[in-house]
Design a protein around this ligand. Structure first.
Ligand SMILES: CC(C)(COP(=O)(O)OP(=O)(O)OC[C@H]1O[C@@H](n2cnc3c(N)ncnc32)[C@H](O)[C@@H]1O)[C@@H](O)C(=O)NCCC(=O)NCCS
Ligand SMILES: Nc1ncnc2c1ncn2[C@@H]1O[C@H](COP(=O)(O)OP(=O)(O)OP(=O)(O)O)[C@@H](O)[C@H]1O
Length: 197
């Protein structure tokens, strides 16, 4: 049986950093952000349906999705975010479930399901174990502002669009505390790897 390990947290809490480390030691990763980005390439179903829903004003001059513009819109408008989720979440789920079935068929021992909206979209039901990467609000905002070049207000809006991180941590089987440095994070990931092996 393939063990499905859910990996989630808040925006910029360090999920991708953790999944990168798990990938380095050989775990296959299903990355929901990557799945979403691929579905949003011109010609892909997510792209077509987003243009139908929001119009061509969400496109750049070269005809690709203007992620920055759509982000500004949906992270400041709950109704627009609901519409985005209505369009994207069923497509993301279908793709993720297809990938999961592939790994199960190949009988891999464990697969990492890296999904920012794991609890919000009910993927925890499909997991054998859920790992939540947490970070204090101030550090989260600082890392998010730095990584994405966002203002404090824009970063706060993105954080507010997700389930509070302490609620996610309360629902976790394993919590990884990412308030420390890279070394502190690596030590905790090494513990997790021991447990998974
Ligand atoms: C709004 C979009 C265009 C902004 O693009 P951008 O390149 O700036 O961000 P990116 O896709 O890299 O996501 C960054 C982070 O934002 C958060 N986030 C993304 N979508 C959502 C959402 N619908 N609700 C809450 N948080 C979200 C996640 O923590 C994610 O890791 C993009 O996030 C998007 O299309 N989101 C819908 C798809 C989705 O739900 N993705 C999450 C996978 S479950
Ligand atoms: N322990 C750490 N010390 C300093 N910076 C860190 C640490 N862990 C992660 N970062 C940085 O914080 C930022 C957010 O990390 P990362 O991209 O892994 O988060 P994420 O949870 O995957 O975000 P998202 O939800 O947006 O996909 C990145 O720029 C990353 O390099």
């Amino acid at each position: 049986m393939t063990q499905v390990v859910g990996l989630t947290g808040g925006i910029a809490s360090g999920k991708s950093t953790v999944s990168g480390l798990l990938g380095q030691v050989g775990f296959p990763i299903i990355d929901a952000d990557l799945v979403a980005h691929r579905l949003q390439q011109p010609g892909q179903p997510g792209f077509e349906r987003l243009v139908e829903r929001f119009g061509r004003s969400i496109l750049t001059m070269d005809g690709s999705l203007d992620r920055q513009r759509l982000g500004q819109f949906v992270f400041n408008n709950q109704d627009a975010r609901n519409q985005l989720n209505q369009v994207m979440q069923p497509l993301i789920r279908e793709t993720i479930m297809g990938q999961l079935a592939g790994f199960t068929k190949a009988a891999v021992p464990a697969v990492i399901l890296d999904v920012p909206l794991l609890f919000e979209q009910g993927y925890d039901e499909d997991c054998d174990l859920v790992v939540v990467v947490t970070v204090d609000k101030a550090t989260q905002l600082a890392r998010l502002m730095k990584r994405d070049g966002l203002s404090q207000m824009a970063a706060q809006a993105r954080v507010a669009a997700q389930m509070p991180l302490n609620e996610k941590a309360a629902r976790a089987d394993i919590v990884i505390d990412n308030n420390g440095d890279d070394n502190h994070l690596r030590q905790q990931v090494a513990q997790l790897v021991k447990r998974l092996n």
